[in-house]
Design a protein around this ligand. Structure first.
Ligand code: NDP
Ligand code: HSE
Length: 438
């Protein structure tokens, strides 16, 4: 039977929402839209913390409550859509829903990255589905392509911009004249930022997301503690100016790649050559660059955050679940765990480094810095002396190295920092390598 022929009353399409905030409101609107009704979707219940708050959507009378049991315990609810965010009580509610035989759709990257394996097992044990397309990349389809279309590939690497808030902040700062704080306030107003924006700025959000992608792409369970993480707080307006002068822009990158017999997963700001496509992914846009042994390179770009794009991914999961509910069958499972791909430590990573230092502007300083780098087997590719402050006798030095080991670079930075003529090592940014770029 065609799903659109089912009448809402005899079709199983009862949906319970946990959270009616930025994303939940857009999802509720979509369920209540003419198209949602035509597909037989029914909003049976919705829970929030504060039922008196003004919402962006008008819910049917009697639907809204602050009691989770009105959704989790309701026999009318077939699909629970979790859009509250945070680890608890979201994890508890999802577990209760799965154990009660309800299918679950969630956008919660924190819960999936920390408890995905346990929840997937719980879903299997209860013969229900758990879907989380919106947890990574907002509206970009990436979870389901990894589960379905790319399942036959050995994935060689993923490289992504997967946090809209930080990409928005970095883009605003790169264009000049916008402070970090103003750009963050804009991202919050536009609905991209997490309830606690430190999750975005300090890169926890991107870490959750790359851990989810790595599990699906490589069959490796990547605990978030094993992912190298550095946020964007140290990135200053001078870094954008100097990077531009050197032919680069700055992005918060999340990457997972097979190298040296293992898998390295890392999230950090990176200098990206201005002439590669990733440099042009701006604002809240996200991109995932994947490379499979069969498919070759892939590029998936789109709106990575915000109410509507995220609702697009959530509703895709809801409709997929519904078609299984109505027609039978199963949704695809994640790849089995691959025991032969150990996680590598960042200390083994190799790349070029951009280093910005404030130094005493006098003879011999550069020689001391070059010595500290040379002692760690790091050679200098170029040096720029930038903004000088003759009154204080200081100058900004920007040093680009040739490729070096992360562990060596960290030791060299400690030594440079201890030099009497060096005021501060203000920033060290890794330079991302692209095959065809400089
Ligand atoms: P909001 O903070 O806007 O909404 C959260 C909703 O959950 C609110 O309605 C809130 O109630 C409700 N809620 C929170 N805690 C509880 C609780 N303990 N009991 C009952 N209700 C609760 O978040 P977003 O809509 O921005 O995000 C939702 C999820 O989607 C998160 O997991 C987020 O990471 C993810 N996501 C968000 C994107 C975005 O662009 N915003 C993009 C992709 C994913 P009340 O309204 O009363 O406060
Ligand atoms: N806060 C997240 C971001 C929302 O900025 O990307 C999308 O997951």
């Amino acid at each position: 039977m065609n799903a659109s022929n089912l009448s809402p009353n005899n079709a199983r399409g009862g949906i319970g929402l946990l959270g009616v905030g930025i994303v939940g409101s857009a999802v509720a609107s979509s369920i209540l839209s003419a198209e949602g009704q035509r597909r037989g979707l029914r909003l049976c219940g919705a829970i929030v913390r504060d039922t008196t708050r003004q919402r962006d959507v008008e819910l049917p009378a009697g639907t809204l409550s602050s009691d989770p049991d009105t959704v989790l315990g309701s026999p009318d609810v077939d699909i629970v859509v979790e859009l509250m965010g945070g680890e608890e009580p979201a994890m508890e509610y999802i577990s209760v829903a799965l154990c009660a035989g309800k299918h679950v759709v969630t956008a919660n990257k924190e819960v999936i990255s920390k408890h995905g394996e346990k929840l997937r097992n719980l879903a299997t044990a209860n013969n229900v589905s758990l879907q989380y397309e919106a947890s990574v990349g907002g509206g970009i389809p990436i979870i389901n392509p990894l589960l379905n279309d790319l399942a036959a590939n050995q994935i060689l690497g993923l490289r992504a911009i997967i946090n809209g808030t930080t990409n928005y902040i970095l883009t605003q700062m790169a264009s000049g004249g916008v402070s970090f704080d103003d750009a963050l306030a804009d991202a919050q107003r536009l609905g991209f930022a997490e309830a606690d924006p430190t999750a975005d700025v300090d890169a926890f959000d991107a870490v959750y997301k790359i851990s989810i992608l790595a599990r699906l792409a490589f069959g490796v369970d990547v605990p978030i503690e094993n992912i190298f993480r550095e946020g964007i707080r140290r990135t200053a307006s001078q870094d954008f100016r100097y990077a531009e002068e050197l032919g680069y822009t700055i992005k918060l990158l999340a990457a997972a790649r097979r190298e040296n017999g293992g898998l390295l997963v890392r999230v950090h700001p990176a200098l990206v050559p201005s002439d590669v496509p990733m440099a042009k992914v701006e604002g809240a846009l996200n991109v995932v660059e994947a490379e499979g042994d069969l498919v070759g390179p892939l590029w998936l770009q789109g709106r990575g955050a915000g109410a509507e794009p995220t609702a697009s991914a959530v509703m895709g999961d809801v409709l997929r679940t519904l078609s299984v509910l109505r027609g039978g069958g199963h949704l695809p499972q994640a790849r089995p765990i691959n025991p032969d791909l150990p996680l590598l430590e960042m200390a083994r990573h190799e790349c070029k480094y951009y280093t910005r230092l404030t130094v005493r502007d006098r003879p011999g300083v550069l020689a001391q810095i070059a010595g500290a780098l040379g002692d760690m087997d790091i050679s200098i590719a170029s040096v720029l002396q930038m903004d000088s402050d003759p009154d204080r006798g200081n100058a900004d030095l920007v040093i680009m190295t040739h490729p070096a080991r992360e562990a060596n670079m960290q030791r060299a930075v400690e030594r440079i920092d201890a030099l009497g003529d060096v005021g501060t090592v203000a920033n060290v940014i890794r330079v991302e390598s692209y095959p065809s770029a400089r």
